[in-house]
Design a protein. Structure first.
Ligand SMILES: *Cc1c(COP(=O)(O)O)cnc(C)c1O
Length: 375
């Protein structure tokens, strides 16, 4: 059996075959490594895939979040509401822009922020909420959007882990995540559901004027050549990465479908293990299983992880410490105990290998090893 990896980009490369070399070769021929035609074509294709939105490519998902905050004219001292249990990027860019971060707790079932806790996080200086669609399914957007409307807040979706997943409205209508709020952000880090082979990111908006502004900020604030209208940054997706993303975008839905099938197989192996909570599929979202994340309810999460590693199975903890307890972001107003669900999840969650190329042998081996641990 092939060694198991969290994400197996070698198998992806085999799947893409000579098409990959051909796509790269084209860029090598025209040599327009920055702002090549692949970049704008990819932006158009992704915009169409998302249901007709403007896509502004940038250098990575963290930059996407920063550009979003800058384009909404958030000023030092303004506040943003962020879930306490997520990747560090949002809190980081807010801190760099001298914004105040106010945390909210997340659900023990679906791991996303709890709209009923927004009121407690809110302050008069809060200008935006940044819901994260964690592990591949939607934050409860209806509650978030209605709170935002009531308080006149912007909503910036962090869709870095949920590209291709859809929100399901009560009437059955669906809409791609990242296109529900004022601005959506994503990352093309290699291990994301749509990953390039380096760094990359993008920002989504329905407002053409806002898209222009985002593109300007991403390009040093430059209006016309050597006319700088505002202070910007240098944040670009390069042509080689765009060529790879153009090649991979048509497979995104099939890859996400395959991830769901892998998740269903894992689920069926784990049915009946009382100490495990398998991923909960919420009614308001499709799930694209960026991660397949279990909760270990008997206190043996670290022991399980060590056992799996011993058996040659990688498993990761996303995330081992909630952000309000990280030294860089700690504030006395949020002591330990402030967000009990986030703190508990940090001790209970474990993510198993998840990618579209896991073989049934590998899935069976991983699942049987987990079962053996709990026997
Ligand atoms: C990966 C990720 C990011 C950051 O993306 P980079 O491209 O690594 O900068 C931001 N938010 C979430 C939730 C992520 O998973």
């Amino acid at each position: 059996m092939r060694p198991i990896k969290m994400v197996d980009l070698g198998l992806e490369r085999t799947f893409l075959g000579p098409r990959l070399e051909a796509a790269l070769q084209e860029v090598l021929e025209h040599t327009q490594y920055i702002k090549g035609p692949e970049v704008s074509r990819f932006a158009e294709e992704l915009g169409a895939y998302l249901g007709g939105v403007e896509v502004v490519p940038c250098a990575n998902g963290t930059d996407a979040l920063q550009l979003a905050l800058m384009a909404l004219d958030l000023k030092p001292g303004d506040g943003v509401i962020v879930p306490a249990f997520t990747y560090v990027a949002t809190a980081e860019v807010a801190a760099l822009l001298r914004l105040n971060v106010y945390w909210v707790d997340v659900s023990l079932d679906h791991f996303n922020l709890l709209p009923e806790q927004l009121e407690a996080a809110w302050r008069p200086e809060v200008k935006a909420i940044v819901p994260v669609h964690l592990f591949g399914q939607a934050a409860p957007m209806q509650g978030i959007l209605s709170f935002a409307q009531e308080k006149h807040l912007y909503v910036i979706e962090d869709a870095a882990q949920a590209l291709g997943a859809s929100y399901i409205f009560p009437d059955g209508r669906t809409q791609k995540l990242g296109t529900l709020g004022d601005i959506g952000c994503t990352s093309f880090f290699p291990s994301k559901n749509l990953g390039c082979y380096g760094d990359g990111g993008a920002i989504f908006t329905r407002d053409p004027a806002r898209a222009k502004r985002l593109a300007r900020i991403a390009n040093h604030g430059q209006d016309t050549l050597y006319e700088f209208a505002e202070v910007g940054v240098n944040s670009r997706l390069d042509s080689l990465q765009a060529a790879i993303l153009r090649l991979k975008l048509p497979y995104l839905d099939a890859f996400n479908e395959r991830r769901r099938a892998v998740a269903d197989m894992y689920d069926s192996y784990f049915a009946g293990i009382a100490a495990l909570q398998t991923p909960i599929r919420i009614s308001w979202s499709t799930h694209i299983f960026h991660q397949y994340t279990l909760r270990v309810l008997d206190g043996r999460r670290d022991a399980l992880r060590a056992y799996l590693h011993e058996k040659g199975i990688p498993a990761m903890v996303y995330y081992p410490k909630p952000l309000h307890l990280q030294p860089a972001y700690f504030r006395p107003e949020y002591p330990a105990g402030s967000f009990p669900n986030a703190e508990r999840l940090a001790k209970e969650v474990i993510s198993l290998p998840m990618h579209p190329f896991l073989s049934e042998d590998q899935i069976a081996y991983i699942a049987e090893t987990v079962r053996a641990f709990f026997r």
